[in-house]
Design a protein around this ligand. Structure first.
Ligand code: SF4
Ligand code: FES
Length: 485
């Protein structure tokens, strides 16, 4: 492995790494604003400057490929002066309104100006003012605070696959905005809030709700879809104030869907927390004593066989169990629990197990979607498929038309027979499964939506139609919490 010298210490690094990544291997912290591990390198904030032997100027470590024999210094007066200069420029136009900024306490600019900045400014000119932009109901903007790191632009373009954010104007007049100031349409849009290193993009529903140090942070797992994204639940007293992603490279990386992030809204707002009783054709506010008394009278006036119960698929196990006990106490056995029209045999794990794993998608060279829309049913999975498509040019086919998935795919049709055709090598993608140079097993992803033909999700193509292809299948049912194995 090649070697590099960082602050006098020789370390080995992998080919393709940048100087900044090599510094991290040496446990040397490099301040940064625009650099982000999951995004392409922009090199435009210049906060990561370091000294390189034989270079008259400091270099941007995030954009400089590490090379054998490089001698890097990160703690010299030269570097400190360079970073102070950059920070002074960044703060020249920044409003410094930390006391009223929602990012206060978790702001990269605040933290880094404390450690790497200058304690006074030599600028006496007026600060630049930028009008706030409309980016939709989730993202609050205060664009005067923007430092033009372009993380939000790169995220929208590279990860979300919806190039809706961009920059207009140049130099000091540069402004970040959505196209024609329209709302972002991506289901991953609110991740730009976490990515923005300053308070330019903050969460609209969370505006002025709490300070980060007032919140109790609890690590948890998201249950809004079958992905199981790693999340952190921030609570203030008994109220869930916000949901943030936790890093898990095998599942959600650093992203969560907007549904995951804002579903906590429903815990507090527009809840039916007071019973209503219909009197003279009109609903009137009541109290629990009266409501329970009315229900009890109604139950007593009916025979148990006339009483039935039905539970939806969003109720918790505890609630369902308590409901069952109640009905049994009344003497009724008329209870039912029905999910959406699923035709899955849970006895056989192959029907629901995603044995290829989510990050395994990146190693796949063929993906077949059957009757599913991963963009809406498993947003994070869709982001992973897009990543694989962009990085490896993975071939993607779909039976059933899911619409825009943010990447190109070939529509095989809307007919169950297409599965048969695939195995008999008659489909549009002739020889889809076994044609060389496929190196990896194909990924088969089915969903709860039936094809027009009547239910691809219940299909077990490997056994019903044809002998197994040379490589084994990997498949999973999308969109079902309960079916996730
Ligand atoms: S809005 Fe935030 S993330 Fe976007 S360029 Fe400005 S500072 Fe960077
Ligand atoms: S982090 Fe290197 S230039 Fe911004």
């Amino acid at each position: 492995m090649p070697k590099i010298i960082i602050n006098g210490k020789e370390i080995e690094f992998e080919k393709g790494m940048t100087v900044l990544q090599a510094c991290e291997l040496a446990d040397v912290e490099i301040p940064r604003f625009c650099y982000h591990e999951k995004l392409s390198i922009a090199g435009n904030c210049r906060m990561c400057l370091v000294e390189m032997e034989r270079s008259p100027k400091p270099i941007a470590s995030c954009a400089m490929p590490a090379a054998e024999g490089m001698n890097i210094k990160t703690n010299t007066e030269f570097v400190k002066k360079a970073r102070k200069g950059v920070m002074e420029f960044l703060l020249a136009n920044h409003p410094l309104d930390c006391p009223v900024c929602d990012q206060g306490g978790e702001c990269d600019l605040q933290d880094q100006s404390l450690f790497y900045g200058f304690d006074k400014s030599r600028f006496s000119e007026n600060k630049r003012a930028v009008e706030d932009k409309y980016m939709g109901p989730l993202i609050k903007t205060q664009m005067t605070r923007c430092i033009h790191c372009t993380r939000c632009i790169r995220f929208a373009e590279e990860v979300a696959g919806v190039p809706e954010i961009g920059a207009i104007g140049r130099g000091e007049n540069m402004q970040i905005t959505t196209y024609l100031e329209q709302s972002m349409t991506s289901e991953l849009s609110a991740n730009v809030i976490d990515l923005c290193p300053v308070g330019a993009l903050t969460s609209k529903p969370y505006a002025f709700e709490a300070r980060p140090w007032e919140l109790k942070k609890t690590e948890s797992i998201d249950v809004m879809d079958a992905i199981g994204s790693n999340i952190r639940v921030d609570t203030y007293g008994w109220e869930v104030k916000r949901i943030l992603p936790r890093l898990n490279n095998e599942i959600n990386e650093e992203w969560i869907s907007d549904k995951t992030r804002y579903a906590c809204d429903g815990l507090l707002k527009q809840r039916l927390d007071v019973p209503y009783v219909k009197k003279n054709g009109k609903l009137e506010k009541s109290d629990w004593d009266e409501a329970v008394e009315i229900i009890s009278q109604k139950i007593k006036s009916l025979s148990p066989s006339e009483i039935g119960g039905h539970v939806g698929d969003m109720a918790s196990m505890e609630t369902i169990y308590a409901f069952k006990i109640l009905l049994e106490k009344i003497g009724s056995k008329n209870y039912d629990f029905r999910e959406k029209k699923f035709y899955i045999n849970p006895q056989d794990k192959v029907n629901y197990l995603f044995n290829s794993s989510i990050n395994g998608i990146e190693e796949s060279d063929l993906l077949i979607l059957i009757g599913c829309n991963p963009r809406h049913e498993g947003t994070i999975l869709n982001a992973r498929i897009r990543k694989s498509f962009v990085k490896n040019k993975t071939k993607i086919y779909s039976i059933g038309n899911p619409g825009d998935l943010t990447y190109d795919y070939t529509l095989l049709g809307d007919d169950l027979n297409e599965i048969k055709n695939i195995f008999e090598d008659k489909s549009v993608g002739n020889g889809l499964l076994n044609t060389p140079p496929r190196q990896q097993p194909p990924r088969l992803t089915t969903g709860p939506h039936r094809c027009a033909c009547g239910g691809a999700a219940r299909y077990r193509p490997t056994e019903s139609f044809a002998p197994r292809p040379t490589a084994p299948f990997h498949g999973r049912l999308l969109g079902s919490r309960q079916a996730c194995g």
